[in-house]
Design a protein around this ligand. Structure first.
Ligand SMILES: CC(C)=CCC/C(C)=C/CC/C(C)=C/CC/C(C)=C/[C@@H]1[C@@H](COP(=O)(O)OP(=O)(O)O)[C@]1(C)CC/C=C(\C)CC/C=C(\C)CCC=C(C)C
Ligand SMILES: [Mn+2]
Length: 384
């Protein structure tokens, strides 16, 4: 999906975003489905288990990996394991990480600035993850996207497996290969992001929120799961590891849902509708209304519900940020506050997301940075 903002002063101006509100089956019974948004259709799409339950398995897997490491000796960032052959030379590796930093600075300036507050080891690891995600997204969203086939994605996945095994293909892969050998990062979210790109090649409609949730997890929730092992959970945090990963997942979903709501017109011009069909129908809307692009009262009501849901995911995510290592909180708060404000901008545009792009102006963006910094200083357990 095309778009662009999360990264604030991003010169390329592209973005995508995310979240969910369906009944949080099994994981957060406190959360209620939104009024007017049915949860029944998800059971139809997958009678056995909802997308949310399936995604939660990945959360548990990643959390178990982290707990295992916490129970052991902890991180030894100097440890070398003889892998990364050909790129294991420190000079080459440093150059690889520097290159990741440059890519990050070019595509996501504010985020890059935020990472400068992190420890050097963590910062470059986050850059390496960012670059892999950016490259993966470029396969389907970049200039060569029209030539991308499922086989090309299969090759990309093979390459991912190789780099996790310590056999990177190029310098940028070598940086990630080094990162995943040092931090408790599971391969599953990476594979799942590639799966999201496959989905984008074959699917342009989402029947219900359960289907959309899965898509949002693939392309964005995964980013949260990849990043937390590197950003780290505060040693003083009383929250369970699972709850922090859940919050990270929710931030990914929130961002993606926001991106979808911002880009309705743009996506429609590419023949894509990333909105639950059953929810559209419930408001008396269909694809035709989206292609027509008229802001009607029905559309406004529909959008109000969608925005409400996205905000619920942001609310859930916010509870988790203060559980992160103090040095990692600022970039997360900054990106969260900035992306969340896109929802306000859609409202300010009177819900015209067909022909007006919602964006957060420079003044608001910069005003958010000290707010994010202030919030980052607060570290109390809001999760159990
Ligand atoms: C601090 C921070 C935000 C860290 C994340 C860094 C990172 C590894 C980012 C990768 C982003 C990326 C390139 C993903 C590829 C797929 C994609 C494009 C997803 C959409 C991003 C928007 O990017 P952009 O606006 O550039 O997109 P396009 O130009 O349209 O292609 C997404 C909206 C997803 C981004 C998802 C996140 C940033 C999730 C962040 C969650 C965390 C960092 C977890 C925080 C922890 C807790 C406990 C809340
Ligand atoms: Mn994209």
């Amino acid at each position: 999906m095309a778009g662009g903002l999360l990264w604030v002063v991003c010169p390329k101006g592209n973005a995508t975003a995310l979240l969910s509100l369906i009944p949080r089956t099994g994981k957060n019974p406190k959360m209620k489905p939104l009024k007017g948004i049915s949860t029944v259709s998800s059971a139809v799409a997958n009678p056995a288990r909802s997308s949310e339950e399936r995604v939660y398995d990945v959360v548990l897997k990643q959390a178990a990996l982290v707990k295992q490491q916490r129970g052991g000796k902890g991180l030894d960032l100097e440890k070398r394991d003889g892998k990364n052959d050909g790129f294991s030379d420190w000079g080459v590796l440093n150059e690889a990480y520097d290159r990741c930093g440059e890519v990050c600075a070019e595509y996501a300036k504010t985020f890059y600035l935020g990472t400068l507050l992190m420890t050097p080891e963590r910062r470059r690891a986050v850059w390496a993850i960012y670059v892999w995600c950016r490259r993966t997204d470029e396969l389907v969203d970049g200039p060569n996207a029209s030539h991308i086939t499922p086989r090309a994605l299969d090759r990309w996945e093979k390459r991912l497996g190789d780099l996790f095994e310590g056999r990177p293909y190029d310098m940028l892969d070598a940086a990630l290969s080094d990162t995943v050998s040092k931090y408790p990062v599971d391969i599953q979210p990476f594979k799942d992001m590639i799966e999201g790109m496959r989905l984008d090649l074959r699917k342009s409609r989402y029947m219900n929120f359960d289907e959309l949730y899965l898509y949002c997890y693939y392309v964005a929730g995964t980013v949260g799961l990849m990043s937390v092992p590197v950003m780290g959970i505060a040693p003083e945090s009383k929250a369970s590891v699972e709850s922090v990963y859940n919050a990270a997942l929710d931030l990914g979903i929130a961002n993606q849902l926001t991106n979808i709501l911002r880009d309705v017109g743009e996506d429609a011009r590419r023949g894509r509708v990333y909105l639950p069909q059953d929810e559209l129908a419930r408001f008396g809307l269909s694809d035709d209304d989206i292609f027509r692009g008229q802001v009607t009262d029905r559309w406004r009501s529909f959008m109000k519900d969608q925005i409400k849901r996205a905000r619920m995911f942001f609310d859930e995510a916010e509870k988790g940020v203060s559980e992160l290592n103090s040095a990692s909180r600022w970039p997360v708060w900054a990106s969260l506050l900035l992306y969340r404000q896109i929802l306000d901008a859609i409202e300010e545009n009177d819900y015209n997301n067909f022909s007006r792009r919602a964006y957060v102006g420079k003044v608001k963006k910069f005003a958010s940075l000290p707010v994010a910094y202030g919030r980052a200083l607060v570290g109390t357990s809001k999760l159990i």
